[in-house]
Design a protein around this ligand. Sequence first.
Ligand SMILES: Cc1ncc(COP(=O)(O)O)c(C=O)c1O
Length: 381
Amino acid sequence: MTTDVSKLAPVQVARPYFPAEDIDWITKEVRAVFESGLLMQGKWVEAFENAFAEACGVRFARTVNSGLSALIGCLSFFDVREREVLVPTNTFLASANGVHWAGGRPVFVDIDPRTLLIDLDDLQRRITSKTAGLMLVHGNGLIPPNLDEIIATCRDRGLFVLEDAAHAAGSSQNGRRAGSLGDAAAFSMLATKIISAGGEGGMVTTNDEALAQRIVSLRFHGEDHTRGIQDRIGWSWRMTEIQAIAGLSQVRRLDEIVDLRMRVAARYDEAFGRLEQVRPLPLPAGDRNAYYKYPLWLAPPLERNQVKQRLDQEFRVKSGTAYWPPCHLQPAYREAFGHREGDYPNAEASLAQTIALPIHCNLTDEEIERVITAITVVCGN
Ligand SMILES: Cc1ncc(COP(=O)(O)O)c(C=O)c1O
């Protein structure tokens, strides 16, 4: 019996995880918030911040309205004005945009084709007297296996390390958790991220009290609450109590969410490890990866767009990229900095051949099997 593909529901790339009991709890507490009239800066924001700090193993977590705001807040604390910040060219544009809006210049760095993360040799080559720090992006949820060397390089040169942990809530390396690995970290709680604060949101984590204080000031127009004055020009970046209730329900489930995502990844790894034509990301022993995405490298002559099209048309399996194009080839940065094709050869060659497969907590066994069959048929022969 053959399956009529047009009758199958598509396998979606991403989906937030809100079990029914959490939806009930959120609804009840949101109702109470509306009844109380205390919609902002109340007990739920504080509870979410405390739970998130504990989950990352840091002293402070501070909510903001987005991952981009979290990045800008940290970068303005590090004062990157007129200075350079190293950013892997394989990241979502927000990483570089954060440097721009904090007054600095993003300097892109090539990647290691195996991990799709920043390449240490290229990083070292691009450090100049103007370099202020590094934006360490845990792309797809993977913490760089050479983390210690990267951090040591930055420490030796007096550079700050800001983790862009938008993909990596719940990831860890030998027990050391994303969000606690550098001087500060920025998380996104957008709907598709590992945990979501009801659709939008961001978080800064740090052990530096002055930095945490700065975020509190910047998110409220630059006001210093303790003195009741405005001592800098700030922004309007608050998270509402309603978002914080949703975020708190999610952070309580962070370990379970990562377990569920790793379970899907393990099934894919096992199946795709048998195919010569594709290569998944490595999962170093002792790592937990939140797998924001599940990237799969396709050996030539497989062609990315053709594979994506066949997965969708023949199996109703949706897929994305992780990422394409790399930042330096995005029209905005290409124009502003005069980048050209060939400037970052490893990123261009590896990302052109990489797709991102569906990964989220709600994937059914049938859907996981359908993805595996689809890749085996489309790429395997
Ligand atoms: C790596 C990375 N950094 C930063 C962000 C920005 O987060 P937000 O959309 O919440 O501003 C995102 C996602 O959008 C991201 O993927």
